[in-house]
Design a protein around this ligand. Sequence first.
Ligand code: PHE
Length: 369
Amino acid sequence: MSAPNKSYDPVEVEALKPEEIERLRDEAIAAFAAATGLDALHEAKVAHTGDRSPLALANREIGALPPAAKAAAGKLVGAARGAVNKALAERRVALEAERDARVLVEEAVDVTLPYDRAPRGGRHPLTTFAERLMDVFTAMGYSVAEGPEVEAEWLNFDALNMGPDHPARSTQDTFFLKDADSVVLRTHTSGVQIRSLLAAAEPPVYVICPGRVFRSDELDATHTPVFNQVELLAVDEGLTMADLKGTLDHMVASLFGEGISTRLRPNYFPFTEPSAEMDMVCFVCRGESVGNPDRPCRTCSSEGWIELGGCGMVNPRVLVACGIDPNKYSGFAFGFGIERMLMFRHNVEDMRDIVEGDVRFTLPFGMEI
Ligand code: PHE
């Protein structure tokens, strides 16, 4: 019977020779030292400590050793791997510190440098005011309608009960186009209302029409040949002047504050019947300057009222021109100029300031959206 085989010569495994393990250890440490960045260090880490690295493979060989040889070999490889991991960790700390120092230098922001001095500008109050106005009406269900600035004479005049010989046709200071027949630079945005009526198969039609209009005026403190208008049109069954008045009151209260209302004074427009001039309560003195010399009001010249624009019930002849039965439907309309509205709303004293586009004028109005 043979005794347990305890005394044998350990098999010399090539990969586990101390010189070889030390060489692998030194090779790994040298590779980490040679890595100049964190990416390179990661590659060296995979090569020298990964599952397929020579030291990991050597570690695996230990299992195949006879029991008596395992402890010494384990110690040898363990010490080498410990040294490698320590070197790796130290190199990583060093490289991270280097990177942080570099980032601090390269990405430093000098907060004392002058900032971007390109001026920001401001949205023009004509735009922001028109948008505000659109908001009031879209909230009530109106659609915004726009049309061309060069308009057919028929849409600018004829359909609005201003035939070729109608005296009102000459009161609008029209620009005619030199080489084109029957077109004009629109004198109001009423043509857009006609377009909306023609486009609708059948009322109801509720539209608000903002846009640039043209009249042959000289540019001065209170006139400009190009200005902006907002006109409104509602056509439905059973609309009356009370609806017009309620709409106007709601508009001025929304734009100028609770308690500001409107009044109507008889007037004449070919496209509305009856027609009226509309005034609003002065939003500065609310009428208190009237007959009160101690409290004069510059905004309304102490009249208590500010003139807004024209309005009225749509003339049945306009409805007929658009193929709408005036016995079934009625409508109301109004229109006013936005520049004028801005002048009294913001105490702008000269119309030229509004049209010249100087940023020093728009900036104080800020970035109201
Ligand atoms: N279209 C008229 C103008 O430009 C304004 C207006 C519109 C008047 C609607 C009454 C009704 O002068």
